[in-house]
Design a protein around this ligand. Structure first.
Ligand code: FEO
Length: 170
Protein backbone atom coordinates (compact mmCIF):
# COMPACT_ATOMS: atom_id res chain seq x y z
CA UNK A 1 0.00 0.00 0.00
CA UNK A 2 1.37 3.38 -1.00
CA UNK A 3 1.06 6.48 1.13
CA UNK A 4 -0.71 9.39 -0.54
CA UNK A 5 2.56 11.30 -0.83
CA UNK A 6 4.45 8.34 -2.31
CA UNK A 7 1.65 7.69 -4.79
CA UNK A 8 1.72 11.35 -5.92
CA UNK A 9 5.50 11.34 -6.35
CA UNK A 10 5.48 8.06 -8.29
CA UNK A 11 2.81 9.52 -10.58
CA UNK A 12 4.99 12.59 -11.09
CA UNK A 13 7.81 10.27 -12.00
CA UNK A 14 5.73 8.47 -14.63
CA UNK A 15 5.37 11.90 -16.22
CA UNK A 16 9.13 12.55 -15.94
CA UNK A 17 9.96 9.27 -17.71
CA UNK A 18 7.41 10.02 -20.44
CA UNK A 19 9.00 13.46 -20.87
CA UNK A 20 12.42 11.77 -21.18
CA UNK A 21 11.02 9.54 -23.92
CA UNK A 22 9.56 12.57 -25.70
CA UNK A 23 12.84 14.49 -25.39
CA UNK A 24 14.86 11.65 -26.94
CA UNK A 25 12.30 11.18 -29.70
CA UNK A 26 12.68 14.90 -30.49
CA UNK A 27 16.47 14.49 -30.50
CA UNK A 28 16.07 11.60 -32.96
CA UNK A 29 14.07 13.92 -35.20
CA UNK A 30 16.89 16.48 -35.03
CA UNK A 31 19.41 13.81 -36.06
CA UNK A 32 17.16 12.84 -38.97
CA UNK A 33 17.25 16.48 -40.07
CA UNK A 34 21.07 16.42 -40.22
CA UNK A 35 21.31 12.92 -41.77
CA UNK A 36 22.99 10.96 -39.00
CA UNK A 37 21.13 7.61 -39.01
CA UNK A 38 23.25 5.99 -36.29
CA UNK A 39 22.46 8.87 -33.92
CA UNK A 40 18.78 8.55 -34.91
CA UNK A 41 18.93 4.86 -33.96
CA UNK A 42 20.61 5.54 -30.61
CA UNK A 43 18.00 8.15 -29.69
CA UNK A 44 15.11 5.93 -30.75
CA UNK A 45 16.46 3.05 -28.63
CA UNK A 46 16.73 5.57 -25.79
CA UNK A 47 13.10 6.59 -26.44
CA UNK A 48 12.03 2.91 -26.17
CA UNK A 49 13.97 2.47 -22.93
CA UNK A 50 12.38 5.56 -21.39
CA UNK A 51 8.94 4.29 -22.38
CA UNK A 52 9.74 1.01 -20.66
CA UNK A 53 10.86 2.93 -17.54
CA UNK A 54 7.56 4.83 -17.53
CA UNK A 55 5.67 1.54 -17.85
CA UNK A 56 7.61 -0.04 -14.96
CA UNK A 57 6.44 2.82 -12.71
CA UNK A 58 2.93 2.59 -14.20
CA UNK A 59 2.65 -1.14 -13.39
CA UNK A 60 4.25 -0.72 -9.99
CA UNK A 61 1.75 1.93 -8.86
CA UNK A 62 -1.08 -0.38 -9.91
CA UNK A 63 0.50 -3.45 -8.28
CA UNK A 64 0.66 -1.47 -5.04
CA UNK A 65 -3.08 -0.71 -5.31
CA UNK A 66 -2.29 2.91 -6.11
CA UNK A 67 -4.16 5.06 -8.60
CA UNK A 68 -2.27 5.93 -11.80
CA UNK A 69 -2.86 9.55 -12.79
CA UNK A 70 -1.43 10.77 -16.08
CA UNK A 71 -0.77 14.44 -16.71
CA UNK A 72 0.27 16.76 -19.52
CA UNK A 73 3.68 16.01 -20.97
CA UNK A 74 5.80 19.12 -21.50
CA UNK A 75 6.85 19.84 -25.09
CA UNK A 76 10.54 19.06 -25.71
CA UNK A 77 13.01 21.36 -27.49
CA UNK A 78 13.21 20.73 -31.25
CA UNK A 79 16.48 22.32 -32.36
CA UNK A 80 20.09 21.98 -31.26
CA UNK A 81 23.35 23.48 -32.55
CA UNK A 82 25.35 20.26 -32.88
CA UNK A 83 25.57 16.58 -31.84
CA UNK A 84 27.81 17.54 -28.93
CA UNK A 85 25.18 19.97 -27.65
CA UNK A 86 22.56 17.20 -27.83
CA UNK A 87 24.72 14.82 -25.82
CA UNK A 88 25.60 17.49 -23.27
CA UNK A 89 21.88 18.05 -22.76
CA UNK A 90 21.30 14.27 -22.60
CA UNK A 91 23.97 13.94 -19.93
CA UNK A 92 22.57 16.87 -17.90
CA UNK A 93 19.08 15.45 -18.26
CA UNK A 94 20.12 11.99 -17.04
CA UNK A 95 21.86 13.54 -14.04
CA UNK A 96 18.65 15.35 -13.15
CA UNK A 97 16.67 12.09 -13.53
CA UNK A 98 19.15 10.42 -11.15
CA UNK A 99 18.49 13.20 -8.61
CA UNK A 100 14.75 12.60 -8.93
CA UNK A 101 15.24 8.85 -8.35
CA UNK A 102 17.39 9.57 -5.28
CA UNK A 103 14.64 11.83 -3.89
CA UNK A 104 12.13 9.01 -4.37
CA UNK A 105 14.48 6.63 -2.55
CA UNK A 106 14.79 9.11 0.33
CA UNK A 107 11.01 9.47 0.50
CA UNK A 108 10.55 5.68 0.54
CA UNK A 109 12.88 5.52 3.56
CA UNK A 110 11.04 8.35 5.33
CA UNK A 111 7.73 6.57 4.69
CA UNK A 112 9.08 3.17 5.75
CA UNK A 113 7.97 1.87 2.37
CA UNK A 114 10.25 -1.13 1.79
CA UNK A 115 8.44 -2.36 -1.33
CA UNK A 116 8.94 0.96 -3.14
CA UNK A 117 12.49 1.19 -1.87
CA UNK A 118 13.24 -2.25 -3.31
CA UNK A 119 11.56 -1.36 -6.62
CA UNK A 120 13.65 1.80 -6.93
CA UNK A 121 16.99 0.02 -6.51
CA UNK A 122 16.88 -1.19 -10.13
CA UNK A 123 16.57 2.44 -11.22
CA UNK A 124 19.49 3.52 -9.04
CA UNK A 125 21.70 1.00 -10.89
CA UNK A 126 20.17 1.90 -14.26
CA UNK A 127 21.00 5.59 -13.79
CA UNK A 128 24.65 4.79 -13.07
CA UNK A 129 24.79 2.87 -16.34
CA UNK A 130 22.93 5.54 -18.33
CA UNK A 131 25.10 8.40 -17.07
CA UNK A 132 28.23 6.42 -17.84
CA UNK A 133 27.25 5.44 -21.40
CA UNK A 134 26.12 8.98 -22.27
CA UNK A 135 29.30 10.45 -20.79
CA UNK A 136 31.47 8.19 -22.92
CA UNK A 137 29.66 9.29 -26.13
CA UNK A 138 29.93 12.93 -25.03
CA UNK A 139 33.68 12.54 -24.46
CA UNK A 140 34.14 11.05 -27.94
CA UNK A 141 32.20 13.89 -29.54
CA UNK A 142 34.27 16.48 -27.68
CA UNK A 143 37.43 14.66 -28.74
CA UNK A 144 36.60 14.55 -32.46
CA UNK A 145 35.56 18.22 -32.54
CA UNK A 146 34.69 19.26 -36.11
CA UNK A 147 36.09 16.13 -37.78
CA UNK A 148 33.54 14.79 -40.29
CA UNK A 149 35.25 11.39 -40.46
CA UNK A 150 35.20 11.18 -36.66
CA UNK A 151 31.48 11.95 -36.66
CA UNK A 152 30.91 9.29 -39.32
CA UNK A 153 32.68 6.69 -37.16
CA UNK A 154 30.65 7.58 -34.06
CA UNK A 155 27.50 7.42 -36.20
CA UNK A 156 28.40 3.88 -37.27
CA UNK A 157 29.00 2.88 -33.66
CA UNK A 158 25.67 4.33 -32.48
CA UNK A 159 23.87 2.47 -35.28
CA UNK A 160 24.65 -0.80 -33.45
CA UNK A 161 22.67 -0.03 -30.30
CA UNK A 162 19.67 -2.29 -29.64
CA UNK A 163 16.96 -2.16 -26.97
CA UNK A 164 18.06 -3.76 -23.69
CA UNK A 165 15.91 -6.61 -22.41
CA UNK A 166 16.82 -5.96 -18.77
CA UNK A 167 13.69 -5.75 -16.61
CA UNK A 168 12.82 -4.37 -13.21
CA UNK A 169 10.60 -6.18 -10.73
CA UNK A 170 7.13 -4.65 -10.86
FE1 FEO B 1 14.56 6.66 -17.43
FE2 FEO B 1 17.12 7.76 -18.75
O1 FEO B 1 16.17 7.41 -17.22
Amino acid sequence: MLTEKMEAKLNEHINAELYSAYLYLSMSAYFKSIDLPGFVNWMQVQFEEEMSHAMKFFEFVDNMNGRIRLATIQAPPVEWESPVEVFQETYDHERSVSEQIFKLVSLSLEENDHATNNFLQWFVAEQVEEESSVKSILSKLKFIGDSKSGLFMVDQELAKRTVSTDTAPV
